[in-house]
Design a protein around this ligand. Structure first.
Ligand SMILES: [Fe+2]
Ligand SMILES: [Fe+2]
Length: 290
């Protein structure tokens, strides 16, 4: 065993591409509600034009593998998916090898889920298989992508079903430690950086967390959804660390930044996390696990 870094991978979250399309008479209730919300709150938070500039910086980091943990869109509109696809294609063109899973905003309407818009527009960056899915980084590190999203009428809850947790447990038994597990929703309800209201939590989070904890393997669970950076040790299971990464190019007033992503290093025994933060230019910081 050595502590040499065998894999590096970027974690990018919550791009939330959006296109205004406000005509409530033509739209179903949930989408009209989402656009109202977008009009009032998100308008100044997400700056589409920043995405390409931020991608140019990502290219300079020199880490070719990336995991995108969802919320590419805001209300699952075809225009938003199309923008996401353009961005992902640009990322591929500059050499990024990406894997993507959906966030709750990518299955925002039941129609989007039924038509599987995510797979249609972003299928090049999925395996096409039903989650959970296992793959390996070039240095051998296993990555398990887990399903956590479902459409809702009004809330923003996620779901991982018992059979999906069982399949995750089976995959965990086959892999070597350490392992990265990636979902959209956090497994911890709160950390010093965020607190999840009941309507934004993952159903099944405690069960999945127990499965990861009882695996005995060294686990880094990564996700987005809360739009805050947070890197903490699990309060109950010593083998799990939890990382949430904030929005890739959205403004985060609370943490004084307008874009971020994380860089993960994996050795034979441990993980290290570096935070890339955009606030008047980019800076890279080693992130301690608290
Ligand atoms: Fe989000
Ligand atoms: Fe989300």
């Amino acid at each position: 065993m050595t502590d040499a870094v065998r894999d590096k991978v970027l974690h990018i979250a919550d791009l939330h591409f959006w296109r205004m399309k406000f005509n409530p008479f033509k739209q179903l209730n949930k989408r009209a509600l989402g656009n109202l919300n977008l009009l009032l709150r998100r308008r100044h938070e997400f700056v589409l034009e920043s995405a390409e500039a931020h991608l140019a910086y990502v290219q300079t980091v020199g880490v070719p593998d990336a995991i995108f943990t969802g919320d590419f869109t805001t209300t699952s509109l075809p225009e938003e998916f199309a923008l996401s696809r353009v961005f992902m294609q640009q990322a591929a063109d500059v050499g990024l090898r990406s894997r993507a899973i959906p966030g709750n905003h990518d299955v925002y309407t039941f129609a989007a889920k039924r038509q599987d818009a995510f797979q249609y527009y972003l299928g090049e960056w999925t395996s096409g298989e039903t989650l959970p899915v296992l793959y390996h980084l070039p240095g051998g590190t296993p990555v398990i992508l887990v399903p956590t999203v479902c459409p809702n009428l009004l809330s923003s809850k996620g779901t991982i079903r018992p059979e999906e947790i069982d399949r995750t447990r089976s995959l965990m038994e086959t892999v070597d430690s350490p392992v990265i597990v990636a979902g959209h929703y956090p497994l911890l309800t709160e950390t010093p950086a965020y607190s999840l209201t009941p309507g934004r939590r993952l159903r099944g989070a405690d069960t999945l967390r127990r499965v990861l904890g009882e695996s005995g393997k060294t686990v880094l669970y990564i996700c987005g959804h809360v739009h805050r950076f947070s890197y903490v040790a699990d309060p109950q299971y010593a083998n799990i660390r939890h990382l949430t990464t904030g929005t890739f190019f959205g403004r985060n007033h609370a943490q004084h930044r307008d874009g971020e992503f994380s860089e993960l290093h994996v050795s034979d025994t441990a993980f290290s996390v570096f935070s890339h933060i955009h606030a008047d230019g980019w800076r890279r910081e080693a992130a301690p696990c608290t």
